[in-house]
Design a protein around this ligand. Sequence first.
Ligand SMILES: *Cc1c(COP(=O)(O)O)cnc(C)c1O
Length: 366
Amino acid sequence: MPIPLVDLKAQYRTIKDEIDAAVSRVLANASFILGPEVEAFEQAFARYCETKHAIGVSSGTAALQLSLLACGVGPGDEVITTPFTFIATAAAISHVGATPVFVDIEEDTYNIDPTKLEAAITPRTKAIIPVHLYGQPADMDPILQIAREHGLKVIEDACQAIGATYRGKKVGGLGDVACFSFYPSKNLGAAGDGGMVTTNDDSIAEQIRKLRDHGRTSHYGHSVVGFTYRLDALQAAILNVKLAHIDEWNQARRAHAQAYNKYLTPLGVITPREKEGCWAVYHVYAVRLPKRDEVFQHLRAKGIGASIHYPLPVHLQPAYAHLGLPEGSYPVAEACSKNILSLPMYPELTEAQIQEVAGAIRQVLG
Ligand SMILES: *Cc1c(COP(=O)(O)O)cnc(C)c1O
């Protein structure tokens, strides 16, 4: 039997009745844009993340773009982030007319390295976007400290990390504002696209509520030029069902990560390291290993859905060639991209499947 990277059908089977009822309710009520379903999910999400506000938007990328705008970031500004992320983190910076400035990552967590932050700050720097990559919180205390000293906003890219905690606090409430994605394969996934912004700042929340919905103050009253970046009511209803399961799903991911660690460490594979005070949720279970490409091909040939997050750091993508950042600019991110490999990870995975994946890796490395 093949083992996919993510098995969305397996998850649907466990909650089919609840999801089907929620979808039917939305269709029967025909209230598709904002309204009670979106409000109910926003309230539940804010409660879950322990933040004052949660604002449903159309994607994680929209969440990032609106957060940057609400933080006053625009043309001529610089925003510091990591080159080892999904391109959307940098793209959102570009979409508001600002320039992404990259800071290399820590080799053990793959997250932005706070010790290299200060050297990247210039008079144009307006904000820092740490990414909680693979579901592991970035080292927020030093990042927040540096941001405070330099008057910078901190926007968490929590798109891969719902439910993760840093020193006992949920991601989403650690910086000035935080962004989540409900892309179907994320650990809280919609049946399509969706996103969320969380914040404790009333003014940021108000601006984002307005910007996501055409800058509206009334149906045909518009105080600013806005966007069509709303979260669909249908997605909100589905996500609200799933939110009630997220803790048990994250626990299952953590248990799977431990099982993988147990089987892979003896093979000389570098397994994920959870930093002191961090509680990771393993949106992605990524390891580093020798003969990465050979292992990758072998797993694929055996029907095991391995993947590479990410084969090319953002600064080396053709889309960012205009930044003129050559190979060698961010050596840790570049090195990690060459030997990192993501293994199947989803709550419904079984220990037998994990053993099978480990066994297939042993066939190459063994
Ligand atoms: C998925 C993701 C995004 C973008 O989210 P979309 O909902 O696909 O727009 C941004 N940043 C990170 C780190 C992501 O993993």
